[in-house]
Write a protein that binds this ligand. Sequence first.
Ligand code: GLY
Length: 423
Amino acid sequence: MRVLLIGQGAREHCIAEALNCELYSFMKTRNPGIMKLSKEYTVSELDLDKLGKFAKKINPDFAVIGPEGPLEKGVVDHLKSLDIECFGPTKDLARIETSKAFTRRLMEKYKIEGTPEFRIFSDMEGIEEYMRDINDFVVKPDGLTGGKGVKVFGEHLKSIEEALEYSKEVLSKHDSVIVEERLEGEEFSLQCISDGKHLEATVPVQDHKRAYEDDQGPNTGGMGSYSMEDHLLPFLKKRDVEEAEKITKKVMESLYKETGEYYIGVLYGGFILTKKGVKLLEYNARFGDPEVMNILPILKNNFADVCLDAINHELSGIEFEKKATVCKYVVPKGYPVNPVPGKIEIPETDAKVYYASVDLREDGLYMTRSRAAAFVGIADNIEGAEKIAQKAVEKVKGNVFYRKDIGTKRLLRKRVEHIKSLM
Ligand code: GLY
């Protein structure tokens, strides 16, 4: 199979490896891992015309779109207009990620469980009353913000005045702002594959958004993640995962009813287990970064076959090895507030390595200003997987840091105790 991959991060490096095909890549920066796996690649800013010409020249069996930016830009619509099939939703369907208001309205209209209390505002009218009414809330912009737009009352927003100020700022950049009930619990990611008619859930994963150990410090794109050999999480029961899958299946069906189009690609639900059950925080229209690195390396199928089955609405039988995985990101010192770019050396270890924001120059590998590389340990149990990932990050040379605590028994116990304290 000939496949065109769009994107340049560690997520796309991991997808490239799992595709196991004749690979062609279109990326913004020179990811050394994707370059090595590709028969041919183009390095360019995303330009629909340029991408279309590259795609026509290759004539792939299909294209896989990694990040959300190209989905919002309508890459799938453009490639489809050139008769190139895509694993990834059209711009209209990608609203499930690009518009939080669309998702909340859809879930409300089709009476899908797991929706917290919310209201959508297109101006400031009534917003203060609603905030005072629900008391404990979060403020979400209606649009893509690179994971940095959601602000929590009492944490990022210290007073109602600050929350109103932030809402005004959001409304100056986006069509609307969502105020919703703040939920207390443990978050987990369930990345599902959809062909529009059938849905296959993958393995639940827990990401770590905060920069520093013990969940301290600023939010990041994700410092690392883990999955368990039993395909649950220490604080999750089978019925919780089934509930998240049921919600996602209803969302997939509602998307068809609403738009008349079948959703082909990833429906990644960011869920939270609360004392009132499983609730949906948000959907993403692509794999998670880092969460994809916990699932594709243990996928038993060739991912290219899975994509083709999804495109043909024949999705079934996706299987994963009963292994635990721990992913740890190495990032430049100062990340995410004031990252210091610089040289990085990555020795061979037992962990899988996926390159992210690095630049391969004549005299070696350089970090840019974001997460540099992800290291994934895979083993029969979480202790083994954590050891492999930790040993690998310790060997990296450069002005870097990482979170030692991801995947450790101590942190897992803390998650379980947190859930117990809420029930
Ligand atoms: N890990 C969060 C995301 O991919 O959006």
